[in-house]
Design a binder for this molecule. Sequence first.
Ligand code: ATP
Length: 199
Amino acid sequence: MKLKSLEISGFKSFADKTIIEFMPGMTGIVGPNGSGKSNIIEAMRWVMGEQSAKDLRGTKMTDVIFGGTNMRGALNRAEVSMTFDNTDHYVNSDFSEIRITRKLYRSGDSSYQINGVESRLRDVHDLFIDTGLGRESFSIISQGRVESIFNAKPENRRAIIEEVAGVHKYKQNKDRAQKELTQTRDNLARVADIIHEIQ
Ligand code: ATP
């Protein structure tokens, strides 16, 4: 799996549509302080479903929308698309190219698309889980994260290792199944109460 391109529009300092094509080999992004290097990495994390505004250096999620400058008014929408080459089918999908898009409006309305099809956040997370690009993975290490990994509680460090080892997916499925089981047991208890009242 290879990262092919990133399209950013209305996200943080990227008011205008900006397309970054990643060529084979290593890519370095350089620029003066405050020019938007970290915003590019945050755009990647955001399109993959980042839910913490704080981890994107904001207080609420709409803070990621271009907020305006002295020269230019604020925008109403942030949109980021990231395209991967998946010819090796490293990501569990039939598609040989995967494009994910996330949009957010100032009203709070938001959406995800996978290859142009409206999708849920869960679909986006499921796509990347155990690929090394999951939420707790080491693939994106932001400033300050190295210290936080070293200082993490053992159980949090274990979560990182589980993601790398590829067992995180199964733990998540187990948690989901357990929640459904509890809900079903509650429903059964309610049905039993109703039957008892009727008899
Ligand atoms: P450094 O080298 O200092 O780490 P950097 O190149 O990584 O800097 P970023 O932190 O990515 O720079 O970008 C910071 C810039 O992004 C600031 O000028 C800030 O005003 C701008 N910015 C952040 N959020 C928004 C927003 N919502 N709207 C407009 N500009 C924003």
